[in-house]
Ligand binder design. Structure first.
Ligand SMILES: [Zn+2]
Length: 77
């Protein structure tokens, strides 16, 4: 899950756009900027949006846990 805050893009707006991919967030943020703020999506603005997108997974999830459980060789034959 990714997200971008509208104010991080340069607008005085509390809006937050979320999506499963950076591309989806960028598209929705661009649409939001056009519809709500009457902005024009220039390559520079698109780059700013992409740079402002951050990974929304800020919970205590550690994806890499290196605990190797001892497994017995239990393939019966
Ligand atoms: Zn906004």
């Amino acid at each position: 899950m990714f997200e971008v805050r509208c104010k991080d893009v340069g607008f005085d707006c509390p809006g937050v756009v979320r999506g499963m991919t950076k591309e989806a967030v960028a598209q929705q943020a661009a649409a939001h900027a056009v519809e709500v703020h009457g902005a024009v999506v220039t390559p520079a603005l698109a780059a700013t949006v992409m740079a402002a997108i951050q990974n929304g997974e800020s919970h205590g999830l550690d994806a890499s846990h290196g605990s190797s459980a001892p497994r017995g060789n239990d393939h019966g034959g």
